[in-house]
Design a protein around this ligand. Structure first.
Ligand code: FUL
Length: 704
């Protein structure tokens, strides 16, 4: 009896002490409700579908005609079904891109679906999509380009009113909108109501961003606003699909404006940020943002998509995957198949949380109060968290298994309503009775996933070594993802020889050169082989016990064996080969101090029927001299030259992928590429790789 009484007094005392332990205080900027809801959306679709789909462009000039917008089987329900089945949570649609064509019957301009043949001008794509999203339980977001290459008043205050009115229409008529996406690409050449000229605006002031923000807050208070610098979420500083390993959700936001040149900082945020401004990783499932039939074989491979998943969602970002809907108005079959493959793979990777139900312990628990215990990290409840006393920034949580257990993934989440705190942590594992460091990283944030080689451990310890304030972790999960079948790598050398390889040595490689899908009955790869005429190479890796990898496909044209750069308007002539060495990662550039557009002349060694050319921009981390506008000429004798193509490499600065230009077949042995406009303030031009396209079946090169 006495004992029982003592127990009650003890229990009451500890209850009393519980109520005295205050939760940790927030440190630095913290997320708003709408930002918190956005963090949970994790993975959603971008759909680039608009006039460019029909003109086969990335950036329309604005001079297109509404009649050109004519999808044959447009079905927004197919988009929503695909997105839902892929595990996505929403769809953001390009309601208006830089060319100014509006996918809804706006009252602000005649340049819209109402003057197109689609549904006899009675269609409203935004309405269709909002219904489809509602049916599939998805949220809808809108992309509205501030830059409008169609509008006659662009550059004047009148256009800004149009832009704001368009925003109002979109936020009023289509139900709940979760995200408003403002592009940073701004000002430049365009049709502008027929003026066909270049117009410059001041990115910081022209659009009256404070007014635009007020419109969003008034009409859609739960929507987050995306732009280079928010105000709610930020661009991640590249269009390749990755955030930095160090990724703060905070930034010195007041420094940033649309087109901010220090985009490298967007990849990692600012440790001393003044505002919550988390990163969204936007990337297309194909090289371009819009649909181009020529990219049907360039849909990102499963391996590439898995990598992007881990380097976006796994690095404290959200993943915005773009689907270039095709001219029918459907997500292409190949893209659908790849998205489903990604879903299956991710489901397998995260199938069983091995931490659940295991024993946890911590080096310290805040005020010894079990409301902050280590067990909160594995209870599946995002609102509970493990915390330490205020003065402690170095602390650890250990998860113990009953038996040695195979692990190769760890997922960590901080309790972000208290701010982002962790600056440095390591993961240790107890293997055969000895502790071993498995990985060491910097930030965690809302979600961090680490991949490491499979270990068989009895304990896993998350060891925080430095933090801005006492750590607060809400979630730790452990997984054993299945082994992944690696994909073959194709390398063609300047001599025309094709080398195939695969990191996993036990795999066998099979290939075809006629466009058919390789099987184990196709050519087995033994040694490099010669390809000197245009063809489509397809390669697959096969594991006798584990099936076949995805097929890698590559279009190969004539070999560059006889090619020589015979002239360059400036620059180091000894290294010019780097632009024709079949390796886009090596580059060549003209001199920096030049006062006019730069050009190079290449001798192909023989006359060919040329039908196009390709340009890989420089792939350096800090690029320069990217050609944005080109002039391409051909000649059979290096005396009489003909300008074969001129134009713009749209979006090449943001997205440094191979550019392909096709033209009416021309005979030519010499080619000249001039950078009539380059990114930056001088005329310096750089070249990652130059290639040509020749007419299939007409590769009869005539030697001189
Ligand atoms: C860029 C645009 O210029 C591209 O065309 C695309 O829309 C991409 C998502 O953003 O800045």
């Amino acid at each position: 009896m006495k004992l029982k009484k003592l127990f009650y007094i003890g229990a009451l005392a500890s209850l009393a002490s519980c109520t005295q332990v205050e939760p940790p205080k927030a440190i630095g900027p913290t997320p708003s409700e709408r930002q918190l809801a956005w963090h949970d959306m994790k993975y959603y679709a971008f759909v680039h579908f608009n006039m460019n789909t029909f003109t086969d462009m990335e950036w329309g000039t604005g001079g297109e005609l509404p009649e050109q917008f004519n999808p044959s089987q447009l079905d927004t329900k197919q988009w929503a079904k695909v997105a839902k089945e892929a595990g996505m949570t929403g769809i953001i649609i390009t309601a208006k891109h830089h060319d100014g064509f509006c996918l809804w019957p706006t009252e602000t301009t005649e340049h819209s679906v109402k003057n197109s043949p689609w549904k006899h001008g009675k269609g409203d794509l935004l309405k269709d999509l909002s219904e489809a999203c509602a049916e599939y339980g998805l949220k809808m977001g809108i992309y509205l380009s501030p830059w409008d290459r169609n509008h006659a008043d662009y550059g004047q205050p009148e256009y800004v009113k149009v832009f704001h009115d368009q925003l109002r229409e979109l936020l009023t008529n289509y139900g709940e909108i979760f995200e408003v996406w403002f592009d940073g690409a701004n000002g430049g050449s365009g049709y502008y109501g027929g003026a066909n000229e270049t117009r410059k605006i001041d990115n910081k002031t022209y659009y009256q961003w404070d007014k635009a923000e007020a419109i969003v807050r008034e009409l859609q208070p739960n929507a987050v606003i995306f732009s280079d610098g928010g105000p709610d979420i930020r661009w991640v500083g590249n269009e390749e699909g990755w955030a930095n390993e160090t990724n703060w959700s905070i930034m010195r936001r007041d420094e940033i404006y649309p087109g901010w040149p220090r985009y490298v900082e967007l990849r990692s945020g600012h440790e001393d940020g003044t505002h919550w401004l988390p990163a969204e990783v936007n990337v297309s499932i194909r090289p371009g943002w819009y649909y181009h039939p020529r990219e049907d074989h360039q849909v990102k491979t499963l391996q590439q998509l898995v990598k992007i998943y881990y380097e976006s969602i796994g690095r404290n970002g959200n993943f915005l995957l773009n689907l270039p809907v095709d001219t029918r108005g459907l997500v292409h079959e190949t893209d659908v198949a790849r998205m489903m493959a990604l879903k299956q793979q991710i489901d397998k990777d995260f199938e069983v949380d091995l931490a659940q139900g295991q024993k946890t312990s911590a080096s310290e628990v805040r005020g010894s109060d079990m409301r902050y215990s280590a067990n909160n990290t594995i209870d599946g409840n995002p609102d509970t968290y493990w915390a330490t006393n205020d003065s402690t920034v170095q602390a650890s949580v250990t998860i113990s298994f009953d038996d040695p257990t195979e692990v190769n993934r760890i997922l960590l989440q901080e309790y972000i309503p208290l701010g982002q705190r962790v600056k440095h942590f390591i993961i240790d594992a107890e293997i055969d009775g000895k502790w071993k460091e498995i990985d060491g990283q910097t930030t965690i944030g809302h979600r961090r996933i680490l991949r490491f080689n499979t270990i068989k451990a009895t304990k896993i310890r998350v060891n925080i070594l430095d933090a801005k304030a006492s750590p607060a972790l809400s979630n730790i999960q452990l997984f054993r993802a299945p082994n992944f079948l690696t994909e073959p790598v194709v390398q063609r050398k300047k001599d025309g020889l094709v080398h195939l390889s695969v990191p996993d040595k036990k795999l066998e490689l099979y290939y075809t050169l006629d466009g058919s899908g390789p099987t184990v009955d196709s050519n087995a790869y033994g040694a490099p082989f010669l390809v000197s005429t245009p063809c489509t190479l397809k390669v697959a890796a096969v594991d006798p016990d584990n099936g076949q990898s995805v097929v890698i496909s590559k279009n190969l044209d004539i070999s560059k064996k006889e090619w020589k750069v015979i002239r360059a308007s400036s620059g180091n002539e000894l290294e010019t080969d780097r632009m024709i060495d079949e390796d886009p990662n090596t580059f060549w550039a003209t001199d920096e101090k030049v006062s006019k557009p730069q050009e190079v002349v290449i001798d192909l060694g023989a006359v060919y029927d040329l039908s196009g050319f390709t340009y890989w921009p420089i792939q350096e981390r800090y690029p320069y001299g990217i050609i944005t506008n080109y002039e391409f000429s051909t000649s059979v004798d290096d005396k009489k030259w003909k300008i074969t193509a001129t134009g713009e490499f749209s979006n090449v600065v943001n997205s440094r992928i191979e550019q392909t230009v096709r033209f009416k077949p021309q005979k030519g042995r010499y080619i000249k590429i001039k950078g009539t406009k380059v990114d930056g303030t001088d005329f310096r031009a750089s070249f990652g790789e130059i290639g040509v396209l020749t007419v299939p079946g007409k590769q009869h090169a005539q030697k001189k």
